[in-house]
Design a protein around this ligand. Sequence first.
Ligand SMILES: Cc1cc2nc3c(=O)[nH]c(=O)nc-3n(C[C@H](O)[C@H](O)[C@H](O)COP(=O)(O)O)c2cc1C
Length: 156
Amino acid sequence: MTDSKRLLVVAHVPSPNTRRLADAVLRGAGHTDISGVETVHLPPLEAGPDDVLAADAIILGTTENLGYMSGALKDFFDRTYYPCLEQTQGKPYALYIRAGHDGTGTRRAVEGIVTGLRWREVQPPLICRGEFQDQFLAQCEELGMTMAASLEAGII
Ligand SMILES: Cc1cc2nc3c(=O)[nH]c(=O)nc-3n(C[C@H](O)[C@H](O)[C@H](O)COP(=O)(O)O)c2cc1C
């Protein structure tokens, strides 16, 4: 029997739409064809260094607020950066952003931090920009599924 892998989803969900996005990520990660991957969702304010250390891969989800990531995700990084710095280099991660009209400031800010951590981007950032579209749900579901399937296959 092989040990199951752990996928951590650290996603901020301040609205019904962002809840739907996170649920879509979790639905994809929990696809019936994927076994051996345990997916855990924690809001950023509840996630800490131990959760990061225990994860084999991470999906970060945030809104863009005032040109930057949510304060909740920034707080997560503030608390996890130094405790994780030495031990999580190379950790596979992906990022999705819900942005009313932009998303670039958030992308830049998150990428700056994870570059410092030396985490490894394994999917291009997904920016769900503009008026909410059902297509975002399919994209988030695919993101979750791809991350979990890649973990299962041992390719990330
Ligand atoms: C205070 C505040 C600031 C925001 N700033 C930005 C911003 O700088 N860039 C952007 O693209 N969207 C911005 N938004 C829009 C949010 O990203 C968007 O409303 C949020 O992701 C939730 O999506 P939803 O409205 O579909 O639920 C802002 C929203 C609020 C409430």
